[in-house]
Design a protein around this ligand. Structure first.
Ligand SMILES: Nc1ncnc2c1ncn2[C@@H]1O[C@H](COP(=O)(O)OP(=O)(O)OP(=O)(O)O)[C@@H](O)[C@H]1O
Ligand SMILES: Cc1ncsc1CCO
Length: 280
């Protein structure tokens, strides 16, 4: 494994943010009602445009207008599964990159099978989940509890190198970038790995921060640099969470503060506040 030098990293982040500002990319999100509103607003907050159409009869038509397709397996339903497959098939035809957020796969055979088949058939550029969900996809023992990660699966500074190796092997086998969220987020394509130690435990107490990290990654994937997109999204979400937690009086103001912070965070903030664990 290797880590890029810092100049390349900074330039890639800058070019992604410039691309988003200049193109206001349309992000087609097929996701569940629990966090759909937050995901749509998150996409808007960072200067992109969301479309949440999921009906199987129209998903392919809508995705053809999009820059990126993000599918999220939370609260899965038959019509959304079909919508995801039809949209992904069209996305493949058109060269539109795909992100899959494997919500709940650690606790559901249905979702694990669906995710496996979807990844084999449509080759998403980014495979995302919390650490338990990614462990389940990798065939490793996993201690997820519903849609939450199990404490035993959390990646920390001490376990980052081992996790990067395990997730990197899966990423390389699927020619994808893996983004595993948690206290340390892991981003790897099997060649490069970065651990992002930014964030706060408060983020895990607001439902959908993982889903929001998924669509934020999708926004940045519009610049066709999926590894950098995932690192940048994890850093931005972590730093926005840190800023929101400093001001919050409780979970209500944290929720609002998170949106304030993510819509205002700059590359200069990210570069100053980033806490990356590098493999070299
Ligand atoms: N203990 C922690 N310390 C710092 N940051 C954390 C911690 N736990 C989670 N995060 C951050 O919270 C965000 C969401 O990650 P998490 O792993 O909780 O997602 P998730 O389980 O998929 O969430 P959800 O299912 O509610 O969408 C990420 O940005 C992650 O870095
Ligand atoms: C709480 C919950 N249940 C299914 S999805 C979801 C949101 C977090 O992924």
């Amino acid at each position: 494994m290797k880590m890029e030098n810092e100049n390349n990293l900074y330039e890639s982040f800058a070019s992604i943010l410039r691309h988003v500002e200049e193109t206001k990319p349309l992000i087609h999100c097929i996701t569940h009602p629990i966090t759909m509103n937050d995901c749509a607003n998150l996409v808007l907050a960072v200067g992109a445009s969301p479309n949440m159409a999921s009906h199987p009869e129209e998903a392919a038509e809508f995705v053809s207008l999009a820059s990126v397709l993000a599918v999220n397996l939370g609260n899965i339903a038959d019509d959304r599964m079909e919508g995801m497959q039809r949209a992904a098939a069209r996305a493949n035809e058109l060269g539109i990159p795909i992100l899959i957020d494997a919500v709940g796969v650690s606790c559901s055979t249905l979702r694990r099978r669906f995710a496996h088949d979807f990844i084999e058939a449509y080759h998403p550029a980014v495979i995302k989940g919390n650490s338990s969900e990614i462990r389940a996809l990798c065939g490793l023992d996993s201690h997820g509890s519903g849609v939450d990660a199990g404490a035993a699966d959390a990646v920390t500074a001490d376990t980052f190198a081992a996790a990067a190796g395990e997730f990197g092997a899966y990423a390389a086998a699927h020619r994808a970038v893996v983004l595993a969220s948690g206290p340390v987020d892991v981003v790897t394509d099997g060649v490069r790995a970065c651990g992002i130690a930014n964030g706060t435990p408060v983020l895990a107490k607001l439902t959908g921060t993982g889903c929001m990290l998924g669509v934020l990654t999708a926004v940045y994937m519009s610049a066709h640099k999926p590894w950098h997109a995932a690192v940048l999204a994890a850093a931005a979400m972590g730093i926005a969470g840190e800023q929101a937690a400093q001001e919050a009086k409780g979970m209500g103001s944290f929720h609002v503060g998170l949106f304030d912070a993510i819509s205002n965070v700059t590359l200069a903030d990210i570069w100053k506040e980033k806490r990356f664990l590098l493999i070299q």
